[in-house]
Design a protein around this ligand. Structure first.
Ligand code: S3P
Length: 167
C-alpha cells in the first residue's frame, strides 16, 4: 500500500488521485471512508459527536483500509497522531507531502468541510505533527508553490526508480 501523509492542504487527495491513476491503483481516502461509515460528513461528525469520536472512527477505518490489497491511500492530516495507526504504517510505503504552513492555510481557507480551521490551536497541531510525518516517511516531497501534476510526476519518477542495492 502507498500511503500519503501530511498536513491539511498539502495536496494528499489531489496528488493522490493523479498518482493512483498513473500507477493504475485504486484510490482510497480515509476521510471519505469515515464519512461513509458514519453516514455524515467529517464536519457533521465533529459537531454532533466531537473530535474524540471522529478520531476513534478514523483509527478503525484506517486499520481496515491498510489491510486491503494494493492501493493508494490518502490519510487525514491528523491520523498520524494515533500511536496504533503509526504502528500499522510500518511496512507500507509512506509518502510525506510537505507544505509550508502559510500556503496550507491559503489553500484550505474558508473550507467548511474542515472543522479544525475553527479550532484555535491549528498552528500547535501543525508543529507537533511535523516530526511524526518526517519520522514515518519513506519518501518526502514538497508541494509548496507547485501544481499537483508536477508533484505527482516527481513521485511517479521516484516510485518507478529501481532500488539501489545495499541502500
Ligand atoms: C484533520 C484533517 C482533515 C480531516 C479532519 C481532521 C486534521 O483531513 O481528517 O478535518 O486533524 O488535520 P485533510 O488532511 O485531508 O484535510
Amino acid at each position: 500500500m502507498i500511503v500519503l501523509i501530511g498536513f491539511m492542504g498539502a495536496g494528499k487527495t489531489t496528488v493522490g488521485r493523479l498518482l493512483a491513476q498513473q500507477l493504475g491503483l485504486c484510490f482510497l481516502d480515509s476521510d471519505q471512508a469515515v464519512e461513509q461509515q458514519a453516514g455524515m460528513t467529517v464536519a457533521e461528525l465533529f459537531s454532533s459527536a466531537g473530535e474524540p469520536a471522529f478520531r476513534e472512527l478514523e483509527q478503525r477505518v484506517v486499520a481496515e483500509l491498510l489491510a486491503r490489497p494494493a492501493a493508494l491511500l490518502a490519510l487525514g492530516g491528523g491520523a498520524v497522531e494515533s500511536p496504533s495507526t503509526r504502528r500499522r504504517l510500518a511496512g507500507h510505503l509512506v509518502v510525506y507531502l510537505v507544505v509550508d504552513y502559510s500556503e496550507a492555510q491559503l489553500r484550505v481557507a474558508g473550507d467548511a468541510g474542515r472543522p479544525l480551521l475553527l479550532a484555535g490551536d491549528l498552528r500547535e497541531r501543525h508543529d507537533r505533527r511535523l516530526h511524526l510525518y518526517a519520522r514515518l516517511a519513506s519518501l518526502t516531497v514538497t508541494t509548496t508553490g507547485r501544481p499537483p501534476h508536477d508533484v505527482a510526476g516527481e513521485l511517479l519518477g521516484q516510485l518507478r526508480r529501481p532500488p539501489v542495492p545495499g541502500a
